[in-house]
Design a binder for this molecule. Structure first.
Ligand code: FUC
Length: 376
């Protein structure tokens, strides 16, 4: 009987997918990965979309352009499936964005900002391509979020996994070294979306990979996240100047508006902090997977727990959205979502007191971040 249900479910996905399904895996173990064509870039490159489903009915969709999480569907308090990340259901809308938003993208080679778009390594100065005033933001004009990644469905008995790989050539956007990287997206039956990154280089370089998903636990396009409760396990944050470049100072949150160690309504200090947008220095600094944040929507009773091996977490409550983008679920207003970007600190290559982001030949860079969903 169970098998029959699964086959019927697979058939339904096929029909919903307009018959364009190219491959399907592990139907019998209830986890599924299907791939469908998602569109073509203006240069004629094909973009594929991978749909991961677990036994709870949670669905994650990731496209090969930017190894981007485009949709994440989970159940709200009434058992209704809602999409909790901002994005589009067709590729053209991503390409036509007037302003880069990095919705759900894998960001690299260096996520966040590098001051004056330059750094020195082993006595040599590297000039990067500035794309945020005189600074570099999220890997430059053609960051990893704009690249087509190679995808491979991984044989995985217990969960649905897809591996996305990208080779960033020596001196791409100014970074030294041929840089081979990958991110494996896994959706477990425990309602965890796990992102495992790996990279190596053939010359010393710097690296900071993250995901830039915009979450709204009340549903993408369903108003703002101002009523969400946010807890971040950080005693400090990296101070920035007026261009959001770290000054090098690490500021303790005690008695300060940025203190989120207790679950706090996001609205409370959002204006007073000028929209947060800071990198939190997480309590866990040993590189082991540890809880970094918990977020909760009272409307849907969906909770998101973020765990990471990274030492930092950028909290960005979508200050620059302004209602001009119409995506899945509706229009995306200011504060229509929050990003929690697990990362090394911004501008680390220019600050010796920050954890190092240098990757040398023979070393393997790894980063794991888990988004765990719960119904509370
Ligand atoms: C986040 C922010 C930045 C920028 C970008 C689009 O990473 O920290 O300030 O606005 O998103």
């Amino acid at each position: 009987m169970r098998i029959l249900y699964l086959l019927l479910f697979g058939l339904l996905l096929n029909i919903l997918g307009d018959g364009k399904v190219m491959s399907m895996q592990s139907v019998s173990s209830m986890q599924k990965v299907i791939s469908t064509p998602f569109g073509k870039t203006k240069h004629g490159e094909s973009v594929e979309l991978f749909t991961l489903t677990n036994s709870k009915g949670t669905i994650a969709k990731i496209m090969t352009y930017g190894a981007t999480l485009t949709e994440l569907w989970t159940h709200d308090k009434n058992g209704k499936l809602i999409d909790i990340v901002l994005g589009f259901d067709n590729f053209k809308d991503y390409e036509q964005l007037v302003q880069r938003t990095y919705f759900g993208s894998t960001v690299g080679r260096y996520a966040n900002r590098i001051g004056e778009a330059k750094f020195s390594l082993d006595g040599k100065e590297y000039k990067l391509s500035p794309n945020n005033g005189q600074n570099m933001l999220h890997g430059g004009a053609q960051g990893f979020d704009t690249r087509i990644w190679q995808a491979e469905i991984l044989p995985n008995k217990d969960s649905a996994s897809v591996k996305f790989s990208y080779l960033s050539k020596d001196m791409e956007e100014g970074f030294p070294g041929n840089f081979n990287c990958s991110v494996i997206y896994t959706l477990t039956d425990n309602n965890e979306l796990k992102l495992e990154y790996e990279a190596k280089t053939d010359k010393p370089t710097v690296v900071n990979l993250t995901n830039h998903a915009y979450f709204n636990l009340s549903g993408a396009g369903n108003g703002t996240i101002l009523d969400h409760l946010m807890q971040i396990n950080a005693d400090a944050y990296t101070e920035v100047n007026d261009q959001y470049i770290p000054t090098g100072k690490i500021i303790n949150v005690t008695g300060n508006l940025f203190d989120l160690r207790q679950a706090t309504r996001i609205e409370k200090n959002i204006e007073a902090t000028k929209g947060y947008d800071v990198n939190y220095v997480l309590q866990s600094q040993d590189g082991k997977l540890a809880q970094a944040a918990i977020v909760y929507s009272p409307q849907t009773q969906i909770e998101l727990e973020v765990l990471t091996t990274e030492p930092g977490l950028q909290f960005y409550p979508s200050v620059y959205l302004n209602g001009s983008i119409q995506g899945i679920g509706g229009v995306y207003p200011k504060y229509g979502a929050f990003c929690l970007e697990a990362q090394h600190y911004p501008d680390s290559p220019n600050h010796d007191n920050f954890p190092s982001t240098i990757l040398r030949t023979g070393q393997i860079y790894t980063q794991t971040t888990v988004y765990k969903l719960k119904q509370k």
